[in-house]
Each structure stands twice: as structure tokens, then as C-alpha cells.
Design a protein around this ligand. Structure first.
Ligand SMILES: [Zn+2]
Length: 191
């Protein structure tokens, strides 16, 4: 067959413009659009890998998780999580901008982690929200200083630091002292 002069009107699947395709299987209007599609695919893979890393790196014994971790683990949007935190539906500790830690246990009560779902589809589990008063901030007398913890539980400062880090226990420095929530510490060491 001679060189086809056929022109098939099509809509570019990337930019949505109409164009004249030379073959029936052409899907995009231009090399520029093909390049963009390929870049998006690559980015998608990178993004997926990044999300998987967040989940993989989450130690199973951590009591509090960050908002990005919650987004990945439960497949719900950041906005939804912030809304629940603002309404006091999900216990959270706010140590300042970008330092919100939310209770993993409470999240797991309300949402099914993506990994535990029968299918890998990121549909949120139905939201069951009980109205309960939720503490968002710890006052100073609800916190230990580092010295109080090392004395009470007879552990080294090094062990304490490692435990705080491993469990993402929120901490706040006020003056010369670092404060950490008693209930978090007691839960870990009162075993
Ligand atoms: Zn196009």
C-alpha cells in the first residue's frame, strides 16, 4: 500500500485538543504531549515509591504518626485528617507548625489501613465519629522532663532519647527543659 494520506480527526488524550492523526492508534497530538505523558508516568512511579517508603518505614510500635504517614497508611486526604483533628475527632498533639502528631490507635479505630484491606483500592472506610472530648495539647504538669523520666524508670538518657525517637513521642523544649507527655512515657515503660 502506498503511503497513507489518511487523516483521522482525533482528540489528544493528554491536552484534549482535536488534531488529525495519521494512524488509527495515534493517541496524542504531538511529541510534546507524548513527552509529558511519559514524564507523568515516571513521576507517578516515583510518587508511588515515595508513598510505599513512608509506609515501609513506619515502625509498628509507634503510637503517634505524622499527617503524611496517616495519608499514606489510611488512604485519606490530608484535608480530611486536618478537619478531624480540628474538630477534635482524632486525638492529636500539636507541637507547632508541621509538627502535628496524631494518635495511630484512634486512626486505626476509624479507618482501615490500606495494607489491611482486601483490595489495594484506596477507598476510605466509613467514618464513624463518636463525639468525645479530645485532648490536643498537654499542659506542663501532664509532662515529664527528661530527668524525671530517667530517674523514675532508671534508664539512661541515651535509652530515653532512642525511645522518644523510635516512638515519635512529641517533645517540647521550654527554657532549659524538654517536656514529654507522661501518658506516652508511662505507656511504654509501665509494662
Ligand atoms: Zn496534545
Amino acid at each position: 500500500m502506498a503511503h497513507s494520506k489518511m487523516k483521522i480527526p482525533k482528540i489528544c488524550e493528554y491536552c484534549g485538543k482535536t488534531f488529525e492523526a495519521k494512524t488509527v492508534i495515534t493517541r496524542y497530538c504531538s511529541l510534546a504531549c507524548i513527552t509529558k505523558v511519559n514524564n507523568d508516568k515516571k513521576k507517578g512511579n516515583i510518587e508511588k515509591a515515595r508513598q510505599q517508603r513512608i509506609i515501609d518505614n513506619l515502625p509498628p510500635d509507634r503510637t503517634h504518626i505524622t499527617i503524611p504517614e496517616a495519608v499514606q497508611q489510611f488512604g485519606i486526604s490530608k484535608d480530611t485528617i486536618y478537619r478531624l483533628v480540628r474538630k477534635g475527632k482524632i486525638p492529636a498533639i500539636n507541637l507547632g507548625e508541621r509538627l502535628i502528631r496524631i494518635s495511630r490507635e484512634d486512626m486505626e479505630e476509624r479507618f482501615t489501613p490500606i495494607a489491611n484491606r482486601p483490595t489495594a483500592v484506596a477507598t476510605p472506610a466509613p467514618i464513624a465519629l463518636e463525639d468525645q472530648p479530645i485532648k490536643m495539647y498537654y499542659s506542663q504538669n501532664e509532662c515529664y522532663t527528661l530527668n524525671e523520666v530517667t530517674e523514675k524508670y532508671d534508664i539512661t538518657r541515651h535509652t530515653l532519647r532512642a525511645t522518644i525517637s523510635r516512638n515519635s513521642i512529641p517533645q517540647r523544649q521550654i527554657g532549659n527543659f524538654v517536656y514529654i507527655p507522661k501518658e506516652e512515657i508511662d505507656r511504654i515503660f509501665c509494662k
